[in-house]
Structure formats: C-alpha cells, structure tokens
Write a protein that binds this ligand. Sequence first.
Ligand code: AHR
Length: 329
Amino acid sequence: MRIQKILATFTIAALLLSACATATTAPETSAAPEAGAKKTYADMTMCYPQLGAESDWRTANTASFKETAEELGFKLIFSDAQQKQENQISAMRACIQQGVDVIALPPVVEDGWDAVLTEAKNAGIPVIIVDRSVSADESLYASHIGSDMKLEGERAAEEFNKQFPDGAKILELSGTTGSGAAVGRAEGFRAKLNENIEIIDSQTGNFTRAEALPVMQAFLKKYEAGTDFQGIFIHNDDMGIGAIEALKAAGVKPGDLFIVSVDGTRGGFQAMIDGWFQADVECNPLLGPQVAEMALKLINGETIDREVLTNETVYYPDQAEELLPTRKY
Ligand code: AHR
C-alpha cells in the first residue's frame, strides 16, 4: 500500500513536470508570425521589369532599385526589356506565375497594358506604376510614383520664352514615341511656349545617344543652324550628348544655339559647363526607396497615395561646376 502511494506521487510529479515543460517551450518553438502580424521587407518579393538601359538616367534608376533591395533586405526580381513592351509584358507574366508580392512597372509606352494589369489584379498582386505613366484605367493599378513630365515640358518652354521674347524658330528632339515621358514633355512644352516661338521640326531619338546622332545630322542637312533655327528642345541628356556630336562635326560652336535638355545627369551638367546646354530640367531617377516603402505598405494592406510626384527643379550653367561633384547620377 505504501509502495503504491509512493508510485502514485511520482507519477503525478512526472506529469506535472512534463506539463510545465510543454507550457514553457511552446512559444519558443512557434516560428510562424502571429496571425495579423505586419510583414517586413524580409518577407517581400518585388518584381521590377525594367524597360531598358537606354540612358544614364535609366542606369541610375536600375541601380537605385538594386541598392534599395540590398539595403532593406527584400527580394528583387529584375529584368531588362530592351525598350520592348512585349518583353516587359512577358516578364510581368512570369512574375505573376511566381506569385510575387508586388510588381513595380516602369512602362516603356503609355498604351497596351490593360490585359496584363488585369491579370495581375486577378492574381491579387498590386502594381505600382513607376516613372512614366500608363493610359490604363486607374482601377487596374495601385499607384503611380514618378516625375511630372508635363511640368518638365512647361519648365523647358519657360526657358525658351525668357531667351526669345521676340520669337524664334526651334527644333525638338523627342523621346520614345508613345512614352509617358515624351508625350507629357511635348504636351507641357507646347502648352507653355509663346506663340511667337515656332517648332519647325520634331523627330524622335528614342532617348538614346546612338539614335539622336543621325537625327541631328539629318536636321542639319535640312536646316542651317543659327539661320533656320536658333534653339533645340531635347527630351533627355543622352540624346543631347548624341546631338552635340553631330553639331560639333557640322562646325556648330557651344552657345551658337540655345539648347535646353531634361534629366540633370552628370553628362548634362558637363554639357552645361562646356557651354552646350543653357538649362537642364531635372528628372530624378532615384525612386527605389520610395517605391519600396509604398510596396511594403501595400502588402500590409495600408492606405497609400494614388499618385506621388517627385519634387524637381531646373539647373543652370552657373551652378553646374559646383554641383557636378555632388551629382549621384
Ligand atoms: O522616363 C524617364 C526618361 O527615360 C528619362 O528622361 C530618360 O533619360 C529615360 O530614358
């Protein structure tokens, strides 16, 4: 009887001990986040189907996304569409298949996104439109973060209005046809340009140095610099640098023409120092941190702004020397 009592006491003690052990270890072994816990950057996979590598601006934009992913610790699925919309669409479809958390899309052109944006929406993947705009219905994407391209065009026009109060004839070297950047800049430029300033010709250089060079050469065959036209509005610095090559070869000197470009890259600053550009309208490519912050909010179901426009300015030759060493792109 005594032995039975001792055994029963041991059994109860052992049961109590094992119960205590279970109770203390349980929270330590539960690695899964609590239901409703906020996701962090470590939980996030972002798809970035970059549109290409056409300019120094684009190179800086790519670097901004890659560096941001590295610093914040999220996974970035990056691809380069080589300025082809069909490549961007294929890259997006691959990301949808993989079930990424968010897609950040810098669209090469404005039109033609409805189908793939609908696919992303149906898959429950939010899309942030980055840099250039799309013409698709707003219900198909979460937000747009980028520059006000129309305002950039208006700012360029103001420079020509100041320079030529008595009127002038000018040329336009435009960006990729159908892109939000080219459409917005052309629209803003025309809306603000004084009536006595005539755009005698406008051709695209597709935002690249290589394509701008022959376009400028063709312009110079058709029109005499200084006589037939007094200025050029160029939609980005890379095309400006290509155009300068053609101008130099034709014997045009810095300052013979009034040239306004867009971007504010180091190349653009150098062109101001060298006397070729008289103003450079800023377009900021360093969008990675802002887009990442918005993406995290989105995957946590937080409210975000439908449109976030970058705060930008205009740079002039008298600041160029001092600012060039501080430029990040
Ligand atoms: O969409 C932004 C534009 O694209 C930049 O002005 C240009 O340099 C780039 O290629």
